[in-house]
Ligand binder design. Structure first.
Ligand SMILES: Cc1ncc(COP(=O)(O)O)c(C=O)c1O
Length: 228
């Protein structure tokens, strides 16, 4: 089996997992988008996934997104890139305007750094639902004020929330993100439409779909273990 065949087979299995979980939860399989996390994987792996019909790819490192998107820009149907990693303000220039969606906005400073680039940028706010000191993401208590800030911006739009849960049972964290979204969606804010919930990875994508994920971010089940 070639590497391309391996990736195509893995993608088919992941799509089937998503579809089965969606149907079991009474949701349409098309209501959940698959983001293939290509972090640390070569451009040829992305090409193989593109050939197997995958469109959206997630990257964690700003320069890697810049470099891979440049290499693959000439493909007949280039990838839709998403940025899903922690980001320092000085690296925003590599991402702004290149990512179809930035999943990891987690502070007013990062919001302002994107706005300063003056390019349209859809994004999600990453929430640290469990309050883990080691994890990125805004505290739930600070979320309303961060969402309020979007009203004053010209270029950024908030399309939803993102979560990386702690190790262990992710379900309560997924449910908490959804509850936060449902609560905040009751407030009308300019430039904010909380329709996306980005949650669920290789280990727990079924649970995330059951709890309302609209985007699952899957790396290992598609590309295998990442190089360290
Ligand atoms: C933010 C984020 N989402 C999703 C993934 C994919 O995780 P997995 O390989 O377990 O599917 C990663 C991997 O590093 C990640 O950093």
């Amino acid at each position: 089996m070639t590497r391309a065949e391996e990736i195509a087979g893995n993608l088919a299995r992941v799509r089937e997992r998503i579809a089965r979980a969606a149907r079991a939860a009474g949701r349409a399989p098309e209501a959940v988008r698959l983001l293939a996390v290509s972090k640390k994987m070569p451009a040829d792996d992305v090409r193989a996934a593109l050939a197997a019909g995958q469109r959206a790819f997630g990257e964690n490192y700003a320069q890697e997104l810049r470099d891979k998107s440049a290499v693959l820009a000439g493909e007949p149907s280039p990838p839709e890139w998403h940025f899903i990693g922690p980001l320092q303000s000085n690296k925003v220039k590599y991402v702004a305007g290149k990512a179809a969606l930035v999943h990891s906005i987690d502070s007013p400073a990062l919001l302002d750094a994107f706005e300063a680039r003056a390019v349209a940028q859809p994004c999600l706010v990453q929430v640290n639902v469990a309050g883990e000191a080691s994890k990125k993401g805004i505290a739930p208590a600070d979320l309303p004020a961060l969402l309020d800030r979007f009203a004053a911006l010209k270029h950024l739009r908030c399309e939803g929330l993102m979560l990386i849960p702690p190790r262990g049972d992710a379900r309560p964290h997924f449910a908490a993100l959804r509850a936060l979204r449902d609560r905040e969606a009751q407030t009308t804010r300019a430039n904010v439409d909380l329709r996306e919930l980005s949650m669920g990875m290789t280990e727990d994508l079924e649970v995330a779909v059951e709890e309302g994920a609209t985007i699952v971010r899957v790396g290992t089940a598609i590309f295998g273990a990442r190089p360290t």
